[in-house]
Write a protein that binds this ligand. Sequence first.
Ligand SMILES: NC(=O)c1ccc[n+]([C@@H]2O[C@H](COP(=O)([O-])OP(=O)(O)OC[C@H]3O[C@@H](n4cnc5c(N)ncnc54)[C@H](OP(=O)(O)O)[C@@H]3O)[C@@H](O)[C@H]2O)c1
Length: 330
Amino acid sequence: AVCAADGEGPIEDRYDACAAELSAIVTRLIKEKQKKKTLIQLLVPDRGEDNVLAGLAAFLKTAHLEHPKLYGQVIQADPDESASSLLDKLKENRTHPEQAEIRYEDGKRLVRNWRHLPAPQSGAVPWKDEGVYLLTGGAGGIGLIFAEEIASRVKNAVLVLTGRAEALDEDRSARLRRLEASGARVLYQPVDVTDRAAVIALVRGIQEEHGTLDGIIHGAGVIADNYILNQTENERKTVMAPKVKGLINLDEAAKDVRLDFFILFSSLAGGMGNPGQAGYAAANAFMDVYAARRNRLVRDNERSGQTLSVNWPLWEEGGMRVDKETERLM
Ligand SMILES: NC(=O)c1ccc[n+]([C@@H]2O[C@H](COP(=O)([O-])OP(=O)(O)OC[C@H]3O[C@@H](n4cnc5c(N)ncnc54)[C@H](OP(=O)(O)O)[C@@H]3O)[C@@H](O)[C@H]2O)c1
């Protein structure tokens, strides 16, 4: 099947169309009750905008966790290669169904894996005195923890927190007041990150009012869990929107801003897949791949500031909760 529609239309639509196509394929295979192992291979260009389709590996990893006989592979290769050479690559990878992410570089076959990194020792923080920071989803569980962290580490920070809600409940408002008392300037602005015009106006407004924008923390997100077999189009689009379209909107609105950093709150589900969260996993993995792409754009002087996508595990004080039994298992 070809699902990228030859690069036409916005990338967020192509990403969703490919997820829908994969969802249909997986659903059909499950309903056929295949007894044999089945491998789904997704060939993705190793460069250009369409490279972000590699994030769909997380969808396939989730399909494998939900149905262990189904295996998925994303293979990144040179789109200018001949069809027969690409076909050889598909065949070559068939013998390693458990390897979910493969990339070819200068003729070498690379398999994505985890690497242990030592914890940084410096204690340095990315925020600075009088820094102006935008936190999408900033009034959510982890967003507020980060707002408090920034305010406690630097002087006179300006923190612009956003969410879709028009106003905050008393508990959150009280936390914002305490932040203000600690010296930070804290503003809550209702902005839906999926609304392109609103995001452009937000970024422009922050620069006009505060003279600058030094960093973005993109924490906006929602969950709508369901197994692939049952997941509705609406559920998939709901979880994808803030992390796919929302991220693109923010990045494009801030493409000429001299940012120090752009931090994305991704999830372990994006790295490993998670049963019941195929759409959410793919949405987070999109951000992981987009982060790498944005860092390449920084090297080409088309963006500034380091992009970091963090695959958080479960936060005890986050707003997204799991039931006690799942928490115990984790
Ligand atoms: N909690 C965890 O353990 C955990 C683990 C891994 C990753 N993460 C990620 O970390 C981020 C924060 O999680 P959390 O636990 O703090 O969740 P949370 O408390 O639900 O906060 C998420 C916030 O995002 C906002 N939001 C949702 N859709 C939006 C949109 N379209 N535009 C603007 N704002 C939007 C929500 O506010 P409104 O409803 O007002 O819009 C909400 O306050 C999420 O992206 C999540 O995927 C969390």
